[in-house]
Design a protein around this ligand. Structure first.
Ligand SMILES: Cc1cc2nc3c(=O)[nH]c(=O)nc-3n(C[C@H](O)[C@H](O)[C@H](O)COP(=O)(O)OP(=O)(O)OC[C@H]3O[C@@H](n4cnc5c(N)ncnc54)[C@H](O)[C@@H]3O)c2cc1C
Length: 538
């Protein structure tokens, strides 16, 4: 049986950063277990490949959520990356850190060292910002290249002019001093190629002899000696494959993501005793917070039909697509080099709201049923709008003791009244933005939610019928003090009551942040690498 210093489960956003940092010391042996294959598929690296990888089962867990009380009986699709880079290999490339108050709130919940001033140096250390931004906030020497959308389209320009006409200012850097305002999206794309956590952090680390990455290695159980985690069992080749065990002389680190890390803890006997007993799993360590507290952003996508100009819908078909393919192959530019979202807008739902609680995105394209994955045939433009800091919470629970069975995912979107109110406010703002004067030359009519929707109740009904995930699940292994019954890890990300075991990924967020989660998940991993090694940036 092989023994390493650290065994990391999951080569996703967090796992890639951790592997890179922990292996800087040539004497430290790091083993990474990744359930998926290597990140060889070309659609991973082509930015527009997003629309293909969205459903590609070989590199995507392709989960389905349970219908919730406010999703109109629908089971919402939940893609998750299953390859080197994890979800950063299939995500929408947006780089967005969140607001100062997000991290200060984490600290106020009892987590020392996680306030904004503490985490900012890690955001900076990770990043190689190309473009606007003050050095006080932005990094220039890290592995992760962050660029600003460089494609110019009259519809995007008109959308931004429309936002300004409604009093929303242009913000040159939403990852700088303040988030509020409208601007082109910042993306993890360089020279027309995706910058995933794997390309930025794991592949360089894999050149080191002390890094051992096992793909097609599905972790099925944490191995314990008493209360100490000493290794991981995995199945080589997935279901029906060969069982293998690896040992960790220092620590086992779970970086399987918000859905899989709590599931693996539960399968290993760590979680709510009632749940474990109902599944026939022996209770090794009672920790009721495991899997509880799931949060996500819920977005209805408002669509208007477009006239007098071509949208991406028509430009990604037939002869136009061939032209775009040639352009990308020869210049690495054009439509195939773009992320699915072009413009970002952060604004508040009411005059008394202190910081922006709404995130809106604009794309000169539209999707069938409003779900990203299949472009519509007729010209369209979309404004997705969502509440930045929802209060609703759900859960992730193992469905059975079988590690190959997908977990139960219940996000409970919109169960809190504030969330319903804010989502309705977001849809109303989306309508005003699409109908603004600068967009008038191109605006044909509103397709969704449509002119018949006028009252708050009608907006809410539309939101429940067509809202979807924005793919930002977090908070299922929350960081908090030992006396908080919801907490799973402490502020060093060690699992409460156990030794040799940490969780380091998006699941440890105690509260949803005002952002897409990739940047902050990598920040969490970078900071955790210092916590593990007893280093600090201050
Ligand atoms: C379609 C989509 C679009 C998104 N768009 C954006 C965006 O534009 N910007 C943004 O900031 N965020 C975006 N996100 C979210 C962001 O990418 C994730 O929040 C982030 O990558 C999560 O990182 P993680 O390390 O927690 O988990 P992941 O990156 O999901 O990594 C978990 C890894 O663990 C592996 N794993 C899981 N279980 C096991 C097991 N039992 N054994 C072995 N390996 C296992 C998985 O295969 C995976 O590789 C998007 C996500 C998706 C899915």
């Amino acid at each position: 049986m092989e023994t390493f210093d650290y065994v990391i489960v999951g080569a996703g956003s967090a796992g890639c950063v951790l592997t890179n940092r922990l292996s800087e010391d040539a004497g430290t042996r790091v083993c990474v277990l990744e359930a998926g294959p290597r990140d060889w598929h070309p659609y991973i690296h082509l930015p527009a490949g997003f629309i293909k990888t969205f459903h590609m089962r070989g590199i995507n867990w392709a989960y389905q959520q349970e219908p919730g009380p406010w999703t109109g009986g629908r089971s919402i699709y939940a893609p998750r990356g299953k390859t080197l880079g994890g979800s950063s290999s299939i995500n929408g490339h947006i780089y967005n850190r969140g607001q100062r108050q997000d991290f200060n709130t984490w600290a106020q919940l009892g987590n020392r060292g996680w306030g904004y001033e503490d985490v900012l140096p890690y955001f900076k250390r990770l990043e190689r910002r190309v473009g606007e931004g003050e050095d006080a906030f932005r990094g220039r020497d890290g592995n992760l290249t962050v660029t600003t959308m460089d494609w110019r389209d009259p519809l995007c320009e008109a959308f931004m002019a429309g936002a300004i006409s409604l009093g929303i200012p242009r913000n040159p850097d939403y990852n700088g001093a303040i988030q509020e305002g409208v601007s082109y999206a910042q993306r993890t794309i360089q020279n027309g190629l995706r910058v995933s956590a794997a390309t930025a952090f794991l592949h360089p680390a894999m050149k080191r002899p002390n890094v051992h990455v096992h793909t097609h290695a599905h972790a099925t159980e944490i191995v314990f000696e008493g209360k100490r985690a000493v290794g991981v069992r995995y199945t080589k080749g997935g279901k029906g494959g060969t069982p293998v065990e690896v040992r960790a002389s220092k620590e086992v680190i779970l970086s399987g993501g918000t859905y899989n890390s709590p599931q693996l803890l539960q399968l290993s006997g760590v979680g709510s005793p009632d749940l474990l007993k109902s599944l026939g799993i022996e209770v090794r360590h009672a920790l009721p917070g495991v899997g509880e507290g799931l949060q996500d952003h819920y977005a209805p996508r408002s669509v208007a039909r477009v006239k007098n100009i071509k949208t991406i819908n028509e430009r990604r078909r037939g002869v136009s697509l061939v032209g775009e393919a040639i352009k990308w192959a020869t210049t690495r530019r054009g439509l195939l080099s773009l992320s699915p979202t072009m413009v970002y807008c952060f604004w508040h739902s009411g005059e008394t709201t202190e910081s922006s609680d709404l995130q809106l995105t604009f794309t000169p394209a539209s999707y069938k049923e409003g779900v990203q994955g299949q472009l519509e045939d007729q010209p369209g433009m979309t404004v997705a709008s969502w509440q930045q800091r929802p209060e609703s919470r759900g859960y992730v629970r193992a469905r059975s003791a079988d590690p190959f069975e997908p977990p139960i995912i219940q996000t409970n979107y919109l169960v809190e009244e504030l969330d319903r109110r804010t989502v309705v406010a977001g849809m109303k703002l989306a309508r005003r933005l699409l109908a603004s004067a600068p967009l008038a030359p191109y605006y044909a009519y509103e397709d969704f939610p449509g002119p018949n929707v006028q009252t708050d109740d009608e907006f809410l009904a539309a939101a429940t019928q067509r809202g979807t995930t924005t793919f930002h699940p977090g908070c299922t292994c929350r960081m908090g003090p030992a006396d908080a019954k919801w907490a799973v890890v402490d502020d060093q990300l060690r699992v409460h009551g156990l030794q040799g075991l940490r969780v380091i990924d998006a699941s440890i967020m105690p509260r949803m942040i005002s952002a897409n989660l990739n940047a902050s998940t990598m920040m969490i991993a970078d900071k955790a690498s210092d916590l593990i090694r007893g280093k600090s940036m201050s």
